[in-house]
Each structure stands twice: as structure tokens, then as C-alpha cells.
Design a protein around this ligand. Sequence first.
Ligand code: BES
Ligand code: ZN
Ligand code: ZN
Length: 499
Amino acid sequence: MSVNLLKDTQQQNAVVIFVDDSKKFLNKWNDPVLKDYAKAPLENDFNADYKESLLVYTDNHPLTQRLLFVGVGKKQDLSLQRFRILGAEIVKALRSKKVSSKVSVFVPKVGKLKVSDTIEALQTGADVFQFEFNELKGKKPKKKEAITFNFIVEQKADVTSGTKAQDRAATIAEGVNWGRRLVQLSPRQIYPETLAKEFEKMLKASPSKNKIKLSIWDEAELKKKAYGGILAVAQGSDNPPRFIIAEYRNGAKSKKPVALVGKGVTFDSGGLSLKPPPAQETMKYDMAGAASVMAAFKIVTDLQVKTNLVMIVPTVENMPSGKATRPGDVITMASGKTVEVLNTDAEGRLILADALYHATEKMDVAAVIDVATLTGACALAVADAAAGYFGNNQKVKDALHKASEQTGEYIWPLPDFDDFYVDLIKSDVADIRNIGKKREAGATTAALFLEEFVHNDTPWTHLDIAGCGWYDSPRDFVGMRGASGVPMRLLAQFVENFG
Ligand code: BES
Ligand code: ZN
Ligand code: ZN
């Protein structure tokens, strides 16, 4: 891993150069011999379409034996997101040729993009792409050799900023892949107790561990505090719940922290409102919200960002049993509000409600963001392309949008324009019902339910990641089916911007 000027670059196994659709190199490169090697292939065999690549062998050139041309299509279409994806494409192309070490990538200056941001994007895409999950295989496939990039920049000033950017990207991707592993593990390994343990173990190795306070409440503690939403969902399972609160203090004392709250349902069977088997198959990822805020917490604390941050994860397993909450049960939440639980599969909002109450009533926070695989309705609306969002404060929504544009993890507003939506969750017998009176606007009624538990006018945004938290097939720079890692980078970026 390094960032250098061309003149300081040692012999490499491969050198990567980007080419646009006019067949021009995006970097200035005055090596007549290598240019000569490039000429015929570029003229004949290569369109330089976005993501197209071509490998050319050179004989005994002092710099490299292999030139990898990577097409970018139209130069004006390039963006950081495209560079992330190209980072993964380079890894794919090199792997097919069994090249893994001594790879140099020429980094172009494109439009308004900073060279250091381009480096960060290429490295992030390559590292997230290389995540493998084989620990549950009895017969372990051979671990693929990690591919690291040496970047070649044109300006001396970009060596320093580029080196920082490359380190930063590696730290961020490590956090993302750490979180993705938690989602990939099965509910046999990850249940509330072990989810908390994995987080605790990670913090023990943190460079910020002296600035972090961790509390893990067990069931007895939750009972003492009467956190009725969490308890009601957990009571059907033999695996007891946990409530995880982590506080990181590395900013001005006077500055209130942001709170990140994540849904940690380690398996969602639906409870007595049992899901049909196909819908249960992937419900280990119902803790992707928890994994997202935990990974964001890891990234922020590994980067030692100068800020104050709180992370809260209510975690339960949602199971049917003789002890399970029944449809029709009325429960009392931590806040004292009563809820008519008409569908035990709408459990995420029950545990998040207690956590939002905790964040906004028991702690003093500047803003709270909750992240949850909350509704099938949201996934139906946006597929895996975005998180749906809903909130009570335009500034926070704008700040999330800004972070989202920086990291390429898209967010899209859920409908909120009509009072009719809130009428849908009124109950005859309790303060509120846990599902809408009809199926329509399911993502909005879920969000409105949560809003009932945001106290003291705390700025709040809810991100529904039911669609984007899991990819059914590889997408962008995520190389496999499963945990996408979205929106971990966005959350960390948001916290960092918030300061
Ligand atoms: N965990 C699910 C939501 C979900 C569905 C996430 C599909 C990812 C993919 C959630 O707990 C749930 O079951 N929600 C219900 C709510 C309904 C009963 C109002 C849903 O969306 O069907
Ligand atoms: Zn559910
Ligand atoms: Zn759920």
C-alpha cells in the first residue's frame, strides 16, 4: 500500500491505467515504449467502455510486465461511485490473471474530483469487494490473496493527502466488512448475547478504547427499567434480550453527541404472526441496522474522529412459543405509552420505540438516527437501491443527504404529506397500534409509530434499510449475495461531518 510519483515507483507486476472512450489515457504518461505497446490493442481490441478492461503483456520493460487498461466510458460521467466500482473491477481483472501483489494504479485528476477522494474511492471499492465469508464452511475454500494497490499520482502534494486517503479507506472498509460478517453469521452464532459480545470484543482492540463507555443491559435490568417493547418481543424466545449502549467522548465537552440506534433482531420468524418459510430464510439480516450502527461506531472510533457519539442497540430474537406475545396483547412501553400489538411480525418498531425513548428522554443528545430493516413495504418501493427515510428535522435530513452523496449510499424520502397516515395507527383500546389499519403506506405508518417515541423535540431521522441492507446478487462493488454493508459508510460520514 503506497502513494508515489511515477519516478519513485519501483518495478510492478501490473500497472493499471484508465482510458476514456476517445481512447485517451486519463493520466499524462511519457513512456514511449509502453505507449507503443498500447497502440495496437487500443486501436483494435478495446472500446474503453465503462468497466471494460484489457491486459497487455510487455517484454522486459523496467516498470512492468503487464499493462491493464481500464475503460471509464465518457470522462464526464465519472464520479466517486464509479471509481469505487472501478476499484472492484480492477481486482476482478487482476484476479482472473492471478496477479495479486505489486499493482500500481495511475490516479487521474478528473473534473472537480480531488485526487485523494479518488484514491479513497478506488481503495474502498477494492476492499469491500474482497470481503469473503467462508467461516461456516466445513471444507474451507482457499483464501484468495489480498490485492493491495500502489497509487501513482502526478502532483507531489497528492502523495501526502493520497496516503492519508488510502489509510482512511482501508480503515473504513475494515469496519464495513467487520459489520457484514455479523450479518452473514447465522442466528445460531449471533443472538442478542453474542451480538453484544462481538461488539465488546471489537471495542477491546480499539485505539479509542479509553474514550469509550459500554453498558450492556440484560433481561433483569430491562425488567427493572420496564422496557416493555423490548421485553414483549423477546419473551417468545429462549435467547434473552440485550440493550447495548456505547458512548464515545472525543469532542468538546459542551457538544451534545449524535445518537445512532440500530434494530437488532437477530432472527425474525414473525413470532406468532409467523412468516411463511421463504420469508424467514433471510431473516438473520434483521439485525443489519444494528450491524450498521456498530460498524459506523467502529469506523468513527478507529479513525479517532474528534466528536461525541452514542450508539444504542436493542437486540432480541423474535420467536413463537407458549410464552410469546399474542396478536391483540396490549403492552406498556418504556415511555409509559400502551401499544396494541396486532401483528407480532411488526416487532422492530417495538424494540426501537424503547431505544428512541431512551436516547431522547434518558440521554442528552443533539440528534438521533435510527437504522432498521423495518418494512417489506420499503423494500418493495425502492428495491436494494436506497434506504427510505423519514424525519422531523430538515437540517438533519439535509446532512444525511450530503453524507449520502459523499458515500454513494442513496436515501429516498418516504411519503409524509397527509394526516391520514397517522390516523392509521390509532387504536380503540390502547394509545396506539403497532400496524396500520390497512397495508398501504406500510413504511410510513411504521415511521410514524417510531415518531411517537421521540421525546423533547429531538431532531430525528429514521432510515428503513429493508431493501438496501441485503443484496440478492452482487451489485456495484459488493461481490456477493448477502450483507451489503449499506449504509455503514454513510453513517460514519454523517457523524464525521456533524463534528
Ligand atoms: N423484518 C421485517 C421487515 C423486512 C421484510 C425486512 C422483508 C427485510 C425484508 C419486519 O419486522 C416485518 O416483518 N415487517 C412487517 C410489518 C407488517 C406486519 C406491518 C412487514 O413488512 O411485512
Ligand atoms: Zn417482523
Ligand atoms: Zn423484523
